[in-house]
Design a protein around this ligand. Structure first.
Ligand code: CA
Length: 654
């Protein structure tokens, strides 16, 4: 108790000495552990490393009736909870004028500089710094959209730069007057291909310098950041860095968005940022990242990612998966990137405003601007926001649950500094997709692949819920699909069983060239090779082509060893077309232990007249080594024998 009193006294003294020091900073007790979240300790995190959270929508959320809780389950100022979780920077976007003529908000939090002042005051109260994100637009700015603010429309670049300078300066002075602790100011948002309606880099840079000048004048201690997206585009950041250098843009931080489902690998991110840091001597950081803790949508407005998303799931959509995704980003910026200064999470508190219905939520979104866009946005952005307005697209990427309780993943920002142990268990179970020949017995695996909470992958035991009669049904010799469910590591396991007429021939249509095939040329033909020509193929794009001018120069086999296959009756076929064969001996064949056991004759006649040689039924017994193939011998006539061979099929006989 005594120690706390001393600390407060010291803080009060410092406040008295330092100019610009805000109101008394509340004491914040940082989280120390988690019972369920595994956090690996990241070595070498600087004390002042930026652990940022963008909560631009939070005031609109609160106005909409959303309540946030602390870790004790009781309602608590979300900014205190964030500070307790190790967050030291709060980011907020600022739009020039996100309202229509009647004062109806466009949504997305209706964020203006006044929003930033309110959020900034609350952040400062708990010792966090503010990161101001000027979009220089009346609504969302991103790589695909950099619309000019309505008040600046029609201005030439000099007038627009002047307007940007004045607007930035006046805005920042409001923050200064409110004693907000501003740590960084972003001049433009995801300005990869434009800014405030300008797409020429000379003009973009002029606007950036205008904003930067205002930042230097009002907050000389603050960092000036520029923010770009699409690090995965080869050479893009290097080129942007060169342009900024050429036009002498005054900035400190080259920042990138990094959404793991869009923006390539972390290794690439580290490389492209390090290149900029090296070449142009800038600090670098991740300005936006996020990941889903659940595939479920909770606000009746579709999400960016979720169930069925076409994304590479390096991390499961779980609380631990979300945390692991962010921990890897932090590790990359701290330890694998030169001059990396921070990571900011995007909109970690944008949860649903209600759970009843879309209609109810829609009313609230329209009134308070707590959805990504309201219908009023149509006056500014008729083709996108004006059509597709709605709620939160990232409620499943928040670090708060549907009822405003912080997820354990929120603790990662503090716990990466110390590490946190928890029992390792399965976090997600991979689906098993199994294909069987119609005559082969269905064998369910006794293990399935799982992603563990520590991020590793393991095979874990599975129990399938199948009865003998289910198995009997699946073993009936017919083509069909079956769904089988079970349990593994306390989670649902799923197997899809496909019973098909399985073709034991690999690369059966020559689509992978001559892979798996052995071509034996017995008479030195001019040409035998896999040709890519759709019109000459029976199926697919490729086939085996032959031609040879001289008489009796066509004699070859194309054979594939399929090894040991289950005992039973099989059929085999191959197809050919061609011409000028003259006297010919062509047949599909099957070999068992090196001896031909069955043949089916074929003929070449004229172009596009395919002939299929089919061995209807032959017996394979246990342990026999099976090969299949085609033998072609032509005397040739005219310009020489030629032909096209395709589609070898070996499957169970009917
Ligand atoms: Ca949603």
């Amino acid at each position: 108790m005594k120690r706390i009193i001393i600390m407060l006294t010291t803080a009060a003294l410092l406040c008295g000495l330092l100019s610009g020091c805000g109101e008394k900073t509340a004491k914040v007790e940082k989280v120390k552990s988690s019972d369920s979240l595994i956090v690996r300790k990241i070595e070498g995190i600087p004390e002042d490393f930026i652990m940022g959270m963008d909560v631009s929508s939070v005031l609109a959320e609160e106005a909409s009736g959303v309540k946030y809780c602390g870790y004790d389950g009781k309602e608590q100022d979300i900014f205190l909870t964030l500070a307790q979780s190790g967050i030291n920077y709060i980011r907020v976007r600022v739009w020039n004028d996100p309202f229509d003529e009647k004062g109806n908000g466009f949504g997305g939090g209706n964020c203006t500089i006044d929003t930033a002042v309110e959020i900034g005051k609350r952040a400062t109260q708990y010792g966090m710094k503010l990161l101001v994100d000027f979009h220089y637009s009346d609504f969302w700015a991103d790589p695909g959209k950099q619309m000019v603010p309505r008040a600046w429309a029609g201005m030439d670049i000099d007038a627009k730069a002047d307007a940007a300078y004045k607007y930035t300066k006046e805005s920042l002075e409001k923050l200064k007057a409110a004693k907000v602790s501003v740590g960084m100011v972003q001049v433009g948002n995801e300005t990869t291909g434009g800014l405030a309606g300008e797409t020429d880099w000379k003009n973009i840079c002029a606007l950036m310098n205008a904003g930067s000048k205002a930042v230097r004048e009002v907050f000389p201690e603050a960092l000036v950041a520029l923010h770009f997206a699409n690090p995965e585009k080869e050479g893009s950041y290097y080129t942007i860095g060169r342009r900024l250098d050429y036009y002498m843009v005054d900035y400190d931080v080259f920042a990138s968005s990094y959404y793991p489902f869009w923006h390539g690998t972390l290794e690439n991110l580290a490389n492209v940022l390090t290149q900029v840091a090296d070449e142009y001597g800038k600090k670098v950081m991740v300005m936006e990242t996020s990941y889903a803790f659940t595939p479920e949508d909770t606000d009746f407005s579709g999400n960016t990612i979720g169930e069925g998303s076409n994304v590479i799931k390096n991390y499961p959509y779980t609380v631990q998966g979300q945390a692991n995704s962010v921990i890897d980003v932090i590790d990359t910026i701290v330890n694998k990137t030169k001059s990396g200064i921070g990571v900011v999470y995007w909109e970690g508190a944008w949860i649903t405003v209600g759970t009843e219905s879309w209609e109810k939520n829609h009313e609230i979104w329209e009134k308070y601007g707590s959805g990504w866009a309201s219908s009023y946005a149509s006056v500014y952005d008729p083709d996108d926001a004006g059509k597709y307005y709605g709620g939160s697209a990232v409620d499943n990427q928040a670090m708060f649950d549907v009822s405003g309780h912080p997820l354990e993943s929120l603790k990662l920002w503090q716990l990466v500094r110390t590490g946190n142990d928890a029992p390792v268990k399965a976090d997600a179970v991979e689906d098993s997709l199994l294909t069987f020949d119609i005559n082969a017995p269905v064998v369910l695996p006794d293990k399935v692949n799982a992603v563990m909470t520590d991020g590793t992958r393991q095979s874990i035991p599975v129990t399938w819920n199948v009865t003998q009669s289910d198995l009997d049904k699946m073993n009936a010799p017919q083509a069909a699909k079956y769904d089988v469910y079970g349990e593994a590591g306390g989670m649902r396991a799923y197997a899809q069983i496909s019973k098909i007429k399985y073709n034991y021939v690999k690369n059966h249509s020559f689509e992978d060239g001559d892979e798996n095939w052995v071509i034996t040329d017995l008479a030195k033909a001019d040409q035998i090779y896999v040709e890519s020509k759709v019109t000459d193929s029976l199926t697919g794009e490729k086939h085996l082509h032959f031609w040879s001018a001289a008489k009796n120069s066509v004699e070859f086999t194309a054979e594939q060893n399929v090894g040991k296959i289950p005992a039973g009756r099989y059929s085999f076929s191959m197809s050919i077309m061609g011409g000028d064969g003259g006297a010919q001996d062509i047949y599909a064949y099957v070999k068992a232990d090196g001896e031909i056991i069955a043949k089916a004759p074929m003929k070449i006649t004229w172009y596009d007249s395919w002939d299929t040689g089919t061995i209807e039924s032959f017996e394979v017994s246990d342990g026999q080594d099976i090969s299949v193939g085609i033998y072609v011998k032509c005397a040739g006539e005219g310009g020489g024998a030629w032909g096209k061979i395709d589609d070898a099929i070996l499957n169970s006989a009917d």
